[in-house]
Write a protein that binds this ligand. Sequence first.
Ligand SMILES: CC(C)(COP(=O)(O)OP(=O)(O)OC[C@H]1O[C@@H](n2cnc3c(N)ncnc32)[C@H](O)[C@@H]1OP(=O)(O)O)[C@@H](O)C(=O)NCCC(=O)NCCS
Length: 153
Amino acid sequence: MRVRTYEIGDTQEIVQLFYDTIHEVNIRDYTQAQVDAWAPAALDIASWTKSLSSKFTFVAEESDKILGFGELATSGHIDRFYCHKDFQRQGFGRHILAQIDAKARYLGIKKLFTEASITAKPFFESQGFLVVKQQEVERRGQKLINFAMEKFI
Ligand SMILES: CC(C)(COP(=O)(O)OP(=O)(O)OC[C@H]1O[C@@H](n2cnc3c(N)ncnc32)[C@H](O)[C@@H]1OP(=O)(O)O)[C@@H](O)C(=O)NCCC(=O)NCCS
């Protein structure tokens, strides 16, 4: 397994991973209506390419298969951060976050912050993030709970 930077050709696989993980992993903490709103069936590849390219996006890969990805903005914001539904809890998230952390330090970023799902909260806590507040966000008419979390590095 290696963690490398995102390439445009990864987009389709990343979008599929995002959809599958939300519908098969996050579904344990959210309703069907909520996951449908979070990851609708028709995701726009062009806007994903733009978003992934505009940040420092890291991809965990093994034998040409993408196992997870995470995005870092220059503000220190970690937006999307997902591992493959069939490769949960195998340390890939930790490896991706380590690369994000290293990049952030290199850039002089002092604080990493994210809005963690109910599902991802234990992961971020294990990596030293603290909950700032629980919040409710709206996605396509559905209200979802997440946690604003941060870590000073
Ligand atoms: C969050 C996520 C990316 C973490 O990736 P991962 O590869 O599964 O996590 P790791 O295997 O690196 O976990 C590292 C540590 O985090 C903690 N952890 C991870 N998942 C956990 C869980 N479900 N419950 C409790 N602790 C957990 C553990 O301490 C774990 O170490 P251990 O397995 O040695 O005990 C992954 O769970 C995921 O894809 N979740 C669904 C998508 C999501 O909600 N993403 C965030 C969007 S805001």
